[in-house]
Design a protein around this ligand. Structure first.
Ligand code: BT5
Length: 273
């Protein structure tokens, strides 16, 4: 049964989610809201007020859900997951993007439990058949040379029907429900996601990005593809050869030389077929 936009609004049972997270660090403290501007804004404020690592903010909808560079994140109510997590990794600032990559791995791994075709698009989108099902926004607060805290914002389209998205996203976005052909239990998904995030974050802290990298590359949908990258008005193109040791994307340019890309938006030339 496919859900449509006329399906009844059913709030997420936060008590069930708390019970599912009882033995874990992530989700020990869950703050649940009907509506916020952005779960990242709420989590950022909590982090400033010394909220513990693993504190989670979840909202049923966001009036100002955001992506990178001030872009908007469409947040239809009661269908999906809009979640932010407070992290306090004892790492230098330069390693902060690796936390986002480790989180992207966890989101993709969780999504694959519902839709096997889910894959990661660098830096940390999750796509199913070339359409975006999840996005991650990593916002960091620095203290001297280190990280004071990171707010990891994760949006996952779980039960949105095509018509729940704004028109300009209808051929670019997809929910796991549409991909898998069955509604997704939001509490079960959120509990699995928090558990997987904790596992991959702990692996990263214990063994470094070297332990995340091969797992991440195994789920990448870009390796071997010809891509164009746009970063603040600058462009480059080449065939993706993989991830560098620090999480930068490696590109082989038409002339043969390899370059590293640290930030930017990737477009696959010729699509994903
Ligand atoms: C991202 O940015 O993909 C990061 C999105 C993070 C959203 C979460 S929700 C919980 C937390 N609170 C927040 O306020 N944010 C985080 P970026 O790579 O810049 O991609 C943004 C682009 O994705 C937009 O410009 C649209 O093209 C597309 N988009 C917007 N909403 C979408 C949706 N629901 N599903 C798929 N694509 C979407």
């Amino acid at each position: 049964m496919m859900m449509t936009s006329t399906a009844p609004h059913r709030p997420l049972s936060v008590d069930d989610l708390r019970r599912a997270c009882v033995a874990a660090r992530f989700g020990q403290d869950i703050r649940y809201f009907e509506s916020v501007t952005s779960t990242n804004t709420v989590a950022h404020q909590l982090a400033i007020e010394e909220a513990a690592e693993g504190t989670v903010v979840i909202a049923e909808t966001q009036s100002l859900g955001r992506g990178r560079l001030g872009r908007a994140w469409a947040s239809p109510a009661y269908r999906n997951l809009y979640l932010s997590l407070v992290l306090r990794p004892p790492i230098p600032i330069a390693c902060a993007p690796q936390v986002g990559l480790a989180a992207g791995l966890a989101v993709a791994e969780t999504a694959r439990e519902w839709a096997e075709a889910a894959a990661i698009k660098w830096p940390n989108d999750v796509l199913v058949r070339g359409r975006k099902t999840a996005g991650i926004l990593t916002e960091m607060e620095a203290a001297d040379a280190g990280v004071r805290f990171i707010v990891l914002g994760i949006g996952v389209n779980l039960n949105s029907a095509v018509e729940d998205f704004p028109p300009e996203l209808r051929d670019k976005a997809i929910s796991l429900c549409s991909a898998a052909g069955a509604p997704v239990d939001r509490v079960r998904f959120a509990a699995r996601l928090l558990s997987q995030l904790e596992q991959r974050y702990d692996l990263f802290l214990r063994e470094g990005f070297a332990a995340i990298r091969p797992l991440w590359e195994g789920l990448s949908c870009l390796t071997g593809r010809y891509v164009q990258i746009e970063d603040g008005g600058e462009q480059c193109a080449g065939v993706v050869s993989g991830l560098d040791g620090d999480g930068a994307l490696r590109l082989r340019q038409p002339g043969g030389q390899e370059i590293r890309v640290v930030t930017g938006d990737v477009t696959v030339i010729g699509g994903y077929e």
